[in-house]
Design a protein around this ligand. Structure first.
Ligand code: SF4
Ligand code: SF4
Length: 550
């Protein structure tokens, strides 16, 4: 079939006449409403003309210290999809699952109040929002030019007859105007947001959008969800890997800010020291926050802004309260002239409780940081291989899987990072698979962040390199995987969230080319390794069950 397809390529070649006048073709100048930085720097670099930028431009935009403005990816509007989802309001059950799994934050639930409803553009169809007592109307909005056409949203749709279907991009371009209204004019409804269930979590703004990740990426939905929960007070250090490639491919910056200018601070490090890099953030913040509390205490002792100081000292480290008490303290100190008030104003960004996350590979540093006992969170995006460098085998690759450097199938079992971290006894450990159980994923991330010590959340991420036969979109559903993935949540006491596996393990393996192709090349060895992989998985489950019984 491959040979035939190559022959077809040759046979189907035909000459295309290029009009002579195209020799002098020029782009029509278009009115650009993007901010000056996007026009002067980002657009120039995206045209591959970055070498022409003078140093003075870098200085003009404050880039000389290595920082880069957030949220530049929203101006790319690549229009990469051939087909994009179209929403059918009459069938939608308003579960928001489509938004949860979208790797690119290109589909979102929108709630409108009566004023926004009255001002909406024509064709902006809405329905009464369920469970909101008539307060809001509801709509699922797609950004046609940011969608990559992966189909994950359609595959995951819970409506009996799917409430979204893929349609040609040309038929959906009108949605671009609706998208602008939905994200720029319609306000986020804070009273609808909660971290207690998946539906309510999706009304929050994603502080990670339109990254350059592959269509259907299994990593980015986790990152997006974490930013929806903690994005306005997040500090992220990112090891080199896929997550750094799509997280900060200059000039594209998918980590963005809200209307108040708040959003995650992101930086990249080499993978061998990334966890320590996050640890450095934490120690630096700790030192400044200690000084801030000392200054607030001095003000309180002098009876200056006493109520606000007392509130800050009491609730400043509480994730839910710290923003309000910090704002109140700053307001109470307005116009106050003292060394302490000056220090507090200069370090205002450190007043609130921070959420420090390392996206990590590199076990040495990770182990060091987990052992520290400090309040740091680690998100492991486990694709079971080195995805960004072309799918090389790693210690996370399971027995029987083909990857580069294990072309004959990996012969030894997958490292159990969760069990290793659990051995400390004071680390919060969770293993999650969003496709199999989104609610458990949400709960584990929420608990990890709230735990006042080191936490690690190991996320199973389907990857294009796995060769999903059922499509990347279906892999996110994880229906087959739900039976065999082991979901453990290491708390004190240990709890095992996943039900006993019921699926056919080997059938699940054969749904992915990384396992199935071994059968074609080395059938006998393949069978031997599949059985080993199944034994490994059972042993792993048994060790979790023993822990759960303790
Ligand atoms: S097709 Fe993929 S990228 Fe497009 S909206 Fe759906 S999940 Fe998002
Ligand atoms: S997944 Fe389907 S039913 Fe659920 S909100 Fe999206 S379109 Fe509606």
């Amino acid at each position: 079939m491959n040979y035939a397809s190559i022959d077809h390529g040759i046979n189907e070649l035909h000459q295309v006449e290029i009009p002579e006048r195209w020799l002098d073709a020029r782009d029509e100048p278009q009115a650009d409403t993007a901010p000056a930085f996007i026009q002067d720097v980002v657009a120039v670099m995206n045209r591959q003309e970055g070498d022409s930028l003078p140093v003075s431009t870098m200085v003009k935009y404050g880039l000389e210290d290595g920082t880069w403005p957030a949220g530049t990816s929203q101006y790319e509007k690549r229009g990469a999809a051939v087909e994009v989802p179209a929403w059918d309001a009459s069938k939608c059950i308003q579960c928001n699952k489509c938004s949860l799994v979208c790797p690119h934050a290109a589909i979102r639930p929108v709630l409108l109040d009566s004023a926004e409803e009255a001002a909406k553009p024509t064709g902006f169809e809405t329905v009464p929002a369920r469970g909101m007592n008539g307060k809001y109307t509801y709509r699922i909005q797609v950004s046609p030019y940011d969608c990559t056409g992966c189909g994950s949203c359609v595959n995951v749709c819970l409506a009996k007859e799917t409430a979204i279907a893929m349609r040609p991009l040309e038929s959906q371009v009108k949605e671009a105007e609706n998208w602008t209204y939905a994200v720029e004019t319609v306000a986020i409804k804070q009273d609808a947001i909660s971290d207690k269930n998946v539906k309510a979590s999706q009304f929050a703004k994603p502080y990670f959008e339109f990254s350059g990740a592959c269509a259907g990426c299994g990593e980015t939905p986790y990152i997006k969800l974490v930013t929806q929960l903690f994005g306005d007070r997040m500090y992220i250090t990112n090891a080199s890997g896929c997550s750094s490639a799509y997280g900060g491919s200059t000039p594209s910056s998918p980590y963005c800010t809200d209307k108040r200018g708040r959003g995650p601070a992101w930086a990249m490090s080499l993978f061998e020291d990334n966890a320590e890099y996050a640890y450095g953030y934490l120690l630096g913040q700790d030192a400044i926050q200690r000084q801030l509390r000392e200054k607030v205490q001095i003000l309180l002792d002098r009876n200056e802004a006493a109520a606000a100081c007392r509130d800050y000292l009491e609730k400043g480290t509480d994730a839910k309260e710290s923003r309000a008490v910090s704002d109140a303290l700053l307001a109470a100190l307005e116009g106050s002239v003292s060394e302490e008030a000056d220090f507090i104003r200069q370090n205002r960004e450190y007043l609130t409780k921070k959420s420090v996350w390392a996206y990590d590979i590199g076990y040495g540093g990770l182990d060091h940081v987990l052992a520290s006992g400090k309040d740091i969170n680690v998100l492991v995006l486990d694709t079971e291989m080195y995805s960004n460098t072309g799918g090389q085998s790693s210690k996370s690759t399971a027995a029987g899987a083909i990857a580069k450097f294990s072309a004959g199938g990996k012969e030894v079992k997958k490292k159990d990072l969760g069990l290793m971290a659990m051995s400390y006894g004071y680390v919060y450990v969770a293993q999650v698979a969003m496709g199999a159980d989104p609610n458990q994923t949400l709960r584990a991330i929420r608990e990890a962040e709230a735990y006042p010590g080191p936490s690690i959340v190991i996320c199973y991420c389907p990857c294009i390199e796995h060769g999903m036969k059922a499509s990347m979109g279906l892999s996110q559903l994880g229906e087959e995987g739900g039976g065999v993935r082991l979901l453990a949540e290491g708390k004190n006491p240990f709890t095992l969230d996943s039900k006993a596996p019921t699926g056919d393990f080997q059938k699940f393996l054969l749904g992915e080319n990384r396992y199935a192709s071994l059968q074609l090349a080395f059938p006998e060895k393949a069978q031997e390794l599949y059985e080993k992989a199944e034994r490994d998985a059972k042993e792993r489950l048994e060790s979790y069950l023993r822990l759960a019984e303790k």
